[in-house]
Design a protein. Structure first.
Length: 100
C-alpha cells in the first residue's frame, strides 16, 4: 500500500516505515503529525484518485536538521563583479507510521 501525499507544498510517494526529508515542520522531535491531503491511494492494485480519497497519513518527527550547502555564484565578466552566496535548507526527517 502506498499513497501520494502533499507535505509542506511538495508531493511525496510514501509507504509505511518510510523515512522522508521534508521542508521544516513545526513540532518537536517525537511528535506525531497527520497529513490529510492525499492525492492518490493504491492498495494491492486498487487505485483511488482525487476527491474520493479519504485517507490520513500519520508520521513521527525523527529529527530537525539542515541540508547540504548550496553555493550561488554570480559573475559578470570583465566588469569586476562577483558575488557568492551560500544557502542551507532547513529540513525535517519524518518516519511514516501508518496510512489509514
Amino acid at each position: 500500500m502506498f499513497a501520494i501525499v502533499t507535505i509542506a507544498g511538495q508531493q511525496f510517494r510514501v509507504q509505511a516505515n518510510d523515512e522522508v526529508f521534508v521542508h521544516r515542520l513545526t513540532g518537536n522531535v517525537g511528535d506525531t503529525v497527520e497529513f490529510s491531503t492525499v492525492s492518490m491511494l493504491s492498495n494491492d492494485g486498487n487505485v483511488t484518485l482525487g476527491d474520493a480519497v479519504k485517507a490520513v497519513v500519520k508520521a513521527e518527527i525523527v529529527a530537525h536538521l539542515k541540508g547540504d550547502k548550496v553555493l550561488v555564484f554570480k559573475k559578470k565578466r570583465r566588469k569586476g563583479y562577483q558575488k557568492l552566496n551560500g544557502h542551507r535548507q532547513a529540513l525535517t526527517k519524518i518516519k511514516i507510521s501508518s496510512i489509514a
